[in-house]
Design a protein around this ligand. Structure first.
Ligand code: UFG
Length: 332
């Protein structure tokens, strides 16, 4: 049994990683301010400390309570569009809190750190698949803030010997196959939950943001990776840290267009997704597909649920069972 401190463990990806850690018998302490996370997403067995990462005393108390062997850092603001309206807020919150957390690790002698990073630091790449050495060119303060943390970790590694894993997610999707956890953002901006709710008649028709991209059907191509497969990758990355720091791109290494996702949701729901064509959304690259050869070679990781239909089915099952998400009130 190992002890972990997980920031943002009440959020979408964080909660699935907590589930994976608990599933193998680890002791997990979550620190989350529940501003976007949900109390109900922290499975029984984990300890939840409700606090903001900007609260230095609370972070100290969390380290003292958890006595972690490693810290996994998910807590962040993660809306690309919002980051374009509040760039300095994003840099201050994401990079500032993250750097303070890395410093706390060094103070407390915690030698391993896992960062929830993003494909958004590649900007609009010209080639696919995108491997770890592709040019870094964040097109948003959100992506920039994650890149700043990757750089901070590189220096913490070089100067202080901290071992770190920077895990760059492409499009996290789906829900816990056991039905305990799902995706519940407010506001929801992600394609799959919006398409599901449109198919179920719970939302207006889905807007397709751009039908004139240079792709076979004119809509953007993304690499959807099941959130439980992402969780598994975190466990493998933690083990890999015994040898060295690592940076991995995480996706299914397959691209699906917005229209292909809409068709998959229609198949799963048994009724078509009502749609309407909309203009392009600012900042959306035409095609993002992960090159995942590095993590595969190092750890043997490969998604267990690579098919888009399987991903969509788990997402649909959770939304059918939780029509209001985790609960409408904040902090639930
Ligand atoms: N889309 C629509 N209509 C919608 C919502 C989305 O057409 O109502 C399209 C988008 O334009 C995009 C695709 O569906 O082409 C996927 O959009 P998402 O918002 O679900 O996901 P993104 O690819 O924009 O963003 C994801 C993560 C971000 C991360 C980014 C990395 O959610 O956190 O990948 O590029 F920064």
């Amino acid at each position: 049994m190992s002890r972990y401190l997980v920031t943002g463990g009440a959020g979408y990806v964080g909660s699935h990683v907590v589930a994976a850690l608990l599933g193998r018998g680890d002791a997990v302490t979550v620190i989350d301010d529940l501003s976007t996370g949900h109390r109900a997403a922290v499975l029984p067995g984990a300890r939840l400390i409700v606090a903001d990462l900007a609260d230095g005393a609370a972070v100290e108390a969390a380290f003292a309570a958890a006595r972690p062997e490693a810290v996994l850092h998910f807590a962040a603001r993660s809306l690309v569009g919002e980051s374009m309206r509040d760039p300095l807020g994003y840099l201050a919150d994401n990079a500032g809190n993250g750097i303070a957390l890395i410093r706390a690790c060094i103070r407390h002698g915690v030698g391993r750190f896992v960062l929830s990073s993003t494909a958004a630091l590649f900007g609009a790449p010209s080639a696919a698949p995108i491997d770890e050495d592709a040019p870094i060119a964040p097109a948003s303060p959100y992506g920039e803030s994650k890149w700043m943390l990757e750089r901070a970790l590189a220096w913490a590694g070089r100067v202080h010997g901290l071992r770190y894993a920077a895990l760059r997610y492409f499009n996290a999707a789906g829900a816990d196959p056991a039905g305990r956890l799902g995706e519940d953002h407010d506001p929801e901006t992600h394609l799959i939950p919006l398409a599901i709710d449109a198919a179920l008649g719970r939302r207006p028709p889905l807007g397709i943001f751009g039908t004139d991209y240079p792709t076979p059907d004119g809509t953007c191509i993304r690499d959807y990776v099941h959130v439980s497969d992402l969780a598994e990758a975190h466990l493998l990355a933690l083990a890999r840290l015994e040898q060295a720091s690592v940076t991995y791109n995480l996706g299914s290494a397959t691209g699906h267009s917005v229209r292909a996702v809409i068709e998959a949701v229609g198949r799963a729901a048994g009724r078509p997704v009502p749609v309407e064509a909309k203009p392009r959304r600012a900042g959306d690259p035409a095609c993002l597909i992960a090159g995942c050869a590095r993590i595969r070679a190092d750890t043997g990781w490969t998604p267990r649920l690579p098919s888009l239909d399987a991903i969509v089915e788990t997402a649909l099952a959770w939304r059918l069972a939780h029509p209001g998400g985790y609960g409408r009130a904040k902090g639930v």
